[in-house]
Structures are given as structure tokens and as C-alpha cells.
Design a protein around this ligand. Structure first.
Ligand code: ATP
Ligand code: MG
Length: 425
């Protein structure tokens, strides 16, 4: 029979890889808690309509990347391609945005997009996203950026990532700019790549983030969005920049940064790296003050971002920044020989877990000779073996043998073991 395989572009995260995932997720969760953000957990499947109405019909995601299917009632459902839409839906559905109540929330989980799989680009990938609601000022935009900066520093990535920043202005600003951009590009239509020609009528701002070098060259002299900002939008952007300067976060203004989703306005930003080849954006976000209303709520300003976990872990691995302590997952490996010792082993192990709750103790299962058990103890990476023979078991004694050097075995009474381990581990 042909063996079955995972769906293309959807990856298993194997036991050897999960310590880094856990380390990363815990680091982010602790950081967000330290800023007072609360976790929200959302469904992976949403009504297709939600994404059409929020992300925009003429975006790559909605046009060609969604996993959409009819459920057994005939309702059209979609595996979420991103987290913002579902988060806004939940906030609205549960009435959390009423009376101007502000919220700072985050989520973590798989997202699905039917893209061409390659390094750093998958069909199931994972994002940690952060969203804030009913906060209008540039102070919250700055906080979101400052907390990501702190995260990069914590992970050792600060040197490897760069912040790109732009303002998209108001929707009126963008409408006026759009006209100027279209006029400019229309006059040079023949020099545009095929995708950009198509987008010029459907979604002209998207031409700005074309990856085609000839199109990029053409854009050098194009009108710039920054010249079309109204006074309020300009003041918001200036204030954000002043706050980032005060917090010591380096950035560059990229006048061509737009973002692939339609719901953004004012602040947009991306953290990019040049160490991962083409898939260089590790975190991206911006302000989306219009989305809540667009999804049927009373207007509520919002700003957020999402980071791609796979790309960040790739970056950590590429830069050889995986913390050394992650390579060892076991402290102690308990071996025992004979039926009485097996009973003693389970008792001793549970006593130890009471006394030292954070100790990582593997109790050997499946019997076998001491020799074969020691082989497994060694392979587990444990620092010490605990040894229980019939004799030790009957006298409530235990052997403690270092596995990483040729140190001598000690023999201790059970009640003295926790204290000795506290000294050693
Ligand atoms: P890109 O330009 O790389 O396609 P995007 O603008 O589509 O990114 P967002 O929707 O802003 O991405 O998602 C935020 C982050 O999620 C990205 O910066 C990236 O780190 C990650 N991401 C997006 N799509 C994928 C994917 N297919 N595989 C892995 N990570 C992804
Ligand atoms: Mg994309």
C-alpha cells in the first residue's frame, strides 16, 4: 500500500523541533503578559464572507490563496488565512467594543494560504498576532513596535532585523494619491509587468510592492503617498516617529510600503531581514481603523500586527541563536531491575516530583537489563541516572550516577536525594 503523506506545504513539527517552538512561544507569551496583553483563542474555520468583507476581494489572499469549502449544510467556510478578521468578528460578536472599551489581545495559531511552498513560505504556517481596539493615538502604534523590538532583543535578533515604516494616510488621502499614481503609471503602461498592468485597474496601490525590478525602477520617480497626507495623518506619523526615536527603536521610512490587505490606513510597518532570502518579512502590521465598521460594528479604531513563527525560527537557526540549554530535555533517568524495584521506582519518582516540581525525570519503562536501560539513559541526554536494584529498593536507598563524565556513583537514602539534586542541578 502507498504510504500517506502530509498535504504539500503543511509541515509536521517533530519532537526534536518542538523545544524551540515552545521556547519561542513562551518568550512571546511572557513578554505580552508583561505589557498587559490578554490571550484570545479563536476558531480556525470562519464563514468565507468574513474574509471577503475584511481582507478585500481583489487581494492575493482572497483571489487565489484561500482554502474554501462547503460544509455539510452547504455553508461556505474558509480555513483562516490570517487572524485579524476572526479577532474583530469575535470582539463584535461578544459586544466587547461597546462604550469605547479598549482591549489589547493576542492569539497564536495556524493560518492557511494556498501559496507556492518554498523556504519560509508554507500552506499551513503559524502566526502570533496582537490586536488592540479603541485606542486612536500614535502612542499605541509605538507601543506595539517597541514591544516587538524588545522581543527581537530578547531573542538576539536585533542586529538581523530592520523596521520599515510608512503612513497610508486617510482613505481620502489614498484616493487622491491613487489618481496621481494611476495617471503616472498609465503613461508608462507598456513598461509594467503583467501583474502590475492588471492591478493598475483593480488595486493600483498594490503595484507599489511589485517584486519586478523593472517595475520597481519605474516607481523611483512615481508620486509618493507621503506627499498626500492630510495634516492630521501627518501629525500622527510625526508623533509616532518621535516616540520611536525616544524609545531608541531604529527604523527607515519606506514610502512604497503598502501591505497586502486592504483594511490598513495611517501607520503600516514591517520588520524585515536579509538573512532569509526572498521571504524576508518576519512581522508586519498596521492601523485598521475602518475594519470594525466594515464588519458591521460601530466604528472602533484598531491597530495590530502578526509575526510569522516559522520565519522567525528559521532566522534563529540561521544565526545559530538556538539557546544551548534547549539541546537537553531530560535531567534524570531512573532505571530499576526486578519487580520490587519497579514498585519502588514509581514511589521514588512521585516523591521526587513532589519535592522538585521542575525536575525533568524520565522513568524507564519496558524493563530490560541494566545494560540496555543505561544505554537509553545515556541516549536521553540526562545528566544523572538514578539506580534502583532489589537491594536499594528494600532499604529505601538509591544510586546516583553521573552520565556526562566518568564520575563515581553515590548511594543515598531516598530522603536525602532531593537536597543532593538541588545542589547538583
Ligand atoms: P509575504 O509578503 O511574505 O507574502 P504577507 O504580507 O502576505 O507576507 P501577512 O499577511 O502580513 O504576510 O502575515 C504576517 C506574517 O506572517 C508575514 O510577515 C510572514 O512572516 C508570515 N507569513 C505570511 N504568509 C506566510 C506563509 N505562507 N508561510 C509562512 N509565513 C507566512
Ligand atoms: Mg503573502
Amino acid at each position: 500500500m502507498k504510504t500517506l503523506q502530509a498535504v504539500r506545504g503543511m509541515n509536521d513539527i517533530l519532537p526534536a523541533d518542538s523545544p524551540l517552538w515552545l521556547h519561542f512561544e513562551r518568550t512571546v507569551a511572557d513578554l505580552l503578559a508583561s505589557y498587559g496583553y490578554q490571550q484570545i483563542r479563536l476558531p480556525i474555520v470562519e464563514p468565507t464572507e468574513l474574509f471577503k468583507r475584511s481582507i478585500g476581494e481583489v487581494t492575493d489572499i482572497v483571489e487565489k490563496e484561500m482554502y474554501t469549502f462547503a460544509d455539510r449544510n452547504g455553508d461556505s467556510l474558509t480555513l483562516r488565512p490570517e487572524g485579524t478578521a476572526g479577532c474583530v468578528r469575535a470582539m463584535l460578536e461578544h459586544g466587547l467594543l461597546g462604550a469605547g472599551a479598549s482591549h489589547k489581545v493576542w492569539y497564536n495559531g495556524p493560518m492557511f494560504r494556498h501559496e507556492r511552498p518554498q523556504k519560509g513560505r508554507y500552506r499551513q504556517f503559524h502566526q502570533i498576532g496582537v490586536e488592540t481596539f479603541n485606542l486612536t493615538g500614535p502612542d499605541i502604534d509605538a507601543e506595539l513596535i517597541v514591544l516587538t523590538w524588545r522581543l527581537w532583543k530578547k531573542l538576539g535578533l536585533a542586529e538581523a532585523v530592520k523596521l520599515e515604516l510608512n503612513s497610508l494616510g486617510s482613505s481620502e488621502d489614498r484616493a487622491r494619491y491613487r489618481e496621481a499614481l494611476v495617471a503616472y503609471l498609465q503613461a508608462r503602461f507598456d513598461q509594467l509587468d503583467e501583474d502590475s498592468q492588471r492591478r493598475l485597474s483593480s488595486n493600483p496601490l498594490r503595484v507599489l510592492d511589485s517584486k519586478n525590478p523593472q517595475t520597481q525602477a519605474l516607481l523611483v520617480d512615481a508620486p509618493q503617498l507621503g506627499d498626500y497626507l492630510n495634516d492630521q495623518a501627518q501629525a500622527h506619523f510625526d508623533r509616532l516617529r518621535a516616540l520611536l526615536d525616544a524609545a531608541g527603536v531604529p527604523y527607515v521610512v519606506n514610502p512604497r510600503l503598502v501591505r497586502g490587505l486592504d483594511y490598513y490606513g495611517l501607520t503600516v510597518f514591517e520588520w524585515v531581514t536579509d538573512r532569509l532570502g526572498a521571504q524576508g518579512t518576519v512581522c508586519a502590521g498596521g492601523r485598521y481603523d475602518g475594519l470594525v465598521e466594515q464588519l458591521g460594528g460601530k466604528p472602533a479604531p484598531a491597530v495590530g500586527f502578526a509575526m510569522g513563527i516559522e520565519r522567525l525560527l528559521l532566522l534563529i537557526e540561521t544565526l545559530e541563536l538556538v539557546p544551548a540549554e534547549l539541546s537537553r530535555q531530560v535531567d534524570l533517568y531512573l532505571v530499576s531491575l526486578g519487580e520490587a524495584a519497579e514498585v519502588a521506582a514509581i514511589q521514588l519518582a512521585e516523591q521526587l516530583r513532589d519535592a522538585l516540581p521542575s525536575v525533568r525525570l524520565v522513568v524507564h519503562c519496558g524493563g530490560g537489563s541494566f545494560k540496555s536501560q543505561f544505554k537509553k539513559a545515556d541516549k536521553s541526554g540526562a545528566l544523572y541516572a538514578l539506580i534502583l536494584g532489589e537491594d536499594e529498593a528494600s532499604r529505601q536507598q538509591v544510586g546516583l550516577k553521573p552520565l556526562r563524565d566518568h564520575g563515581e556513583q553515590e548511594n543515598l537514602a531516598w530522603q536525602d536525594l532531593p537536597e543532593r539534586l538541588r545542589q547538583l542541578l
